[in-house]
Ligand binder design. Structure first.
Ligand SMILES: Nc1ncnc2c1ncn2[C@@H]1O[C@H](COP(=O)(O)OP(=O)(O)OP(=O)(O)O)[C@@H](O)[C@H]1O
Ligand SMILES: [Mg+2]
Length: 459
C-alpha cells in the first residue's frame, strides 16, 4: 500500500484539501471576529448615546426613576446587554454589582469588566451634574459570551466541515487514482498475458494514453530486442550443430573406412594424420566460440600497451610470409605509419591475422594487398583492401555475423574453407578495445577494417 500511486494521490488530495481549508478557515475566523467586534461597538454606541441623552436631562429623583425604568426595559432578559450608572450618590446609581464594576473600570480603565463570572465589553461615559444629580458615569456592557459562543460555534462547525471535506477529497483522490491508473493496470495485465512461446506478441500501445504510450513502446522495443537475441541464439545453436556435423561426419566416415578391412601401420598413420587435422579444426572452432562467448559476456582487453600500430602490422605480416610468397601476393602498409594505439597485442594480431587470411583467400594470385592505417578524432583504423569479387550490400552488413559466409553453397561442407567466425572475432576484438568495424566493396576492391580507441595523449 505504501508504494501505491492511488494511495499517494488520495493522501496528496487530503493534504491539499486540509491546507486549503485551514488557511480559509483562519481567514474566515478573522473576518468574523472583526465583524463581531464592529457589531458590538455599534451596539455599545447606540445604547450609550440613547441613555446619555436621557440621563443628561434628568436632574431630579422623579425623572431618574424614569431613566432607571427605561434601562430596565432596555435590558434584554438573556442578559446580553447590561447597564450600570456609577454615582457618588447611591440614589442616582443603577445596576447590580455597580460598585464592583466601578472598581474594575477605575483600576485599569479597561473596556472589559466581569460580573458574577460573566465577561462584558464595555463603553463608559461621564455625564456632568444637573440639579440634584451629581456627575455620573454610564457604563454599557455587552456580554462576551455571545461573541465567544458565535466564534466557537463557527470554529467547531468549520472544523467538522473541513474534516468531512478532507475525507471527501481523499476519497476523490483515491477514486481519481483508480480511474486514472486503469490503463496502467490494463497494461500490466497485458504484459502478464504475454506468453513465452509466442515471441511475436506486443503490447497494444495505440489504445493507451500518451503518457503510457512511450512506456509501452519502450517495452515493445525491449521485447523486440529480446526476440532478436533469442532468434540469434536459436540460429547460433543451429549453426554450431551444423558446423560441427560435417567435420564429425568426416571423422566417422574416415574411421569407418579404415576399420572396414585390415590395414597396415602406414595406412593407419595416414588416416590418423588426416583425423588429427580435422580434430584440430574442431578444436579451433570450439576455441573461437569460447572466445566469442567470453567477449559477449563483456570481457575487455586487459594487457594493454601503447604500441606503434604499423610495427604490430609488420610483425603480424611476417607470419604470412610463406603464404604470401606462395600466392605471389605483395603487401604494402600505408597511411599514418607512426601512429600509436593502446592495445592488447595478442588480440590485435589475432584480428589482423583474420583479415589478412581473408585477404589472401579472396585475392587472385599475383594481386596486391594494402594495409592502411588512418585516424579520425576518436579511433585508429586499420583496414585491409584486396581486389576481388564485389560483395553485395546485403552481405556486407552481415559479414561480421557468426558463421556468416557470402557463398555458403560453395563453402559448405568443404573443410578447407573457414567457418565464418573470423570476422565475428575481429568485431569482438574491436569491441573489446572500444572500437568498431567497417566493410566496403567498391569497384571490385574489398576493404574490411576495424578500429581501436585513440589514446588521449594522441589528440
Ligand atoms: N577480403 C574479402 N573479400 C571477399 N569476401 C570476403 C573477404 N573477407 C571476408 N569475406 C567474406 O566474408 C565471409 C566471412 O568471413 P570470415 O572471416 O568471418 O569467415 P571465413 O573466412 O569464411 O571463415 P574463418 O575466418 O572462420 O576461417 C567469408 O566467408 C567471405 O565470404
Ligand atoms: Mg576468415
Amino acid at each position: 500500500m505504501k508504494g501505491s500511486i492511488t494511495w499517494r494521490l488520495a493522501c496528496m488530495y487530503a493534504v491539499v484539501a486540509f491546507v486549503t481549508f485551514a488557511v480559509m478557515g483562519a481567514a474566515l475566523y478573522m473576518v468574523l471576529q472583526t465583524e463581531l467586534v464592529r457589531r458590538e461597538d455599534d451596539q455599545l454606541t447606540t445604547y450609550s448615546q440613547g441613555l446619555q441623552y436621557s440621563i443628561e436631562r434628568s436632574g431630579t429623583l422623579e425623572r431618574w426613576a424614569r431613566v432607571t425604568a427605561k434601562m430596565d426595559t432596555l435590558t434584554p432578559a438573556d442578559g446580553s446587554v447590561r447597564f450600570w450608572v456609577l454615582s457618588p450618590d447611591p440614589r442616582f446609581g443603577y445596576g447590580r454589582g455597580a460598585r464592583d464594576v466601578a472598581a474594575q473600570i477605575r483600576a485599569d480603565g479597561s473596556d472589559r469588566v466581569s460580573d458574577s463570572g460573566i465577561g462584558y465589553r464595555t463603553l463608559a461615559r461621564t455625564i456632568g451634574p444637573l440639579e440634584e444629580r451629581p456627575p455620573v458615569r454610564l457604563v454599557v456592557g455587552v456580554n462576551k459570551r455571545f461573541f465567544e459562543r458565535t466564534l466557537a460555534t463557527f470554529a467547531a462547525a468549520y472544523s467538522l466541515l473541513a474534516l468531512v471535506a478532507t475525507l471527501v477529497a481523499a476519497g476523490m483522490g483515491f477514486w481519481i487514482g483508480r480511474v486514472g491508473l486503469r490503463p496502467v493496470r490494463q497494461l500490466s495485465r497485458d504484459a502478464q498475458a504475454l506468453q513465452p512461446n509466442r515471441s511475436a506478441q506486443r503490447l497494444a500501445a495505440g489504445a493507451l494514453p500518451v503518457e503510457l504510450r512511450d512506456l509501452a513502446g519502450a517495452f515493445n522495443g525491449a521485447l523486440e530486442r529480446l526476440e532478436n537475441a533469442y532468434q540469434q541464439l536459436e540460429g547460433f545453436n543451429a549453426d554450431v550443430a551444423h558446423e560441427l556435423r560435417t567435420p564429425l561426419a568426416n571423422l566417422i566416415g574416415a574411421t569407418q573406412v579404415v576399420l572396414s578391412r585390415p590395414r597396415n601401420a602406414v595406412q593407419f598413420q595416414e588416416v590418423l594424420q588426416s583425423n588429427l587435422e580435422e580434430l584440430e579444426r574442431l578444436r579451433s572452432i570450439v576455441n573461437d566460440m569460447l572466445f566469442l562467448a567470453r567477449a559477449d559476456q563483456g570481457e575487455v582487453a586487459t594487457a594493454l600497451a601503447e604500441c606503434i600500430v604499423a610495427g604490430e602490422v609488420r610483425k603480424t605480416l611476417d607470419f604470412f610470409e610463406f603464404l604470401l610468397d606462395e600466392k605471389n601476393i605483395v603487401v604494402t602498409v600505408e597511411g599514418e605509419l607512426d601512429v600509436t594505439a593502446t592495445m592488447e597485442r595478442a588480440l590485435f594480431r589475432r584480428a589482423l591475422s583474420n583479415l589478412v587470411q581473408n585477404g589472401i583467400t579472396h585475392s587472385r594470385p599475383g594481386a596486391r594487398l594494402v594495409v592502411s592505417i588512418r585516424t579520425d578524432e576518436r579511433f585508429v583504423w586499420v583496414a585491409i583492401s584486396n581486389a576481388g569479387e564485389a560483395i553485395a550490400q546485403a552481405h556486407l552488413q552481415r559479414l561480421f555475423d557468426r558463421f556468416y559466409r557470402v557463398d555458403v553453397a560453395r563453402n559448405d561442407g568443404q573443410s578447407e574453407h573457414g567457418f565464418g567466425l573470423g570476422l565475428a572475432i575481429v568485431k569482438a576484438i574491436a569491441r573489446m578495445h572500444g572500437g568498431r568495424v567497417t566493410a566496403r566493396s567498391d569497384n571490385g576492391v574489398t576493404t574490411i577494417g576495424f578500429s581501436l580507441l585513440r589514446t588521449a595523449t594522441q589528440t
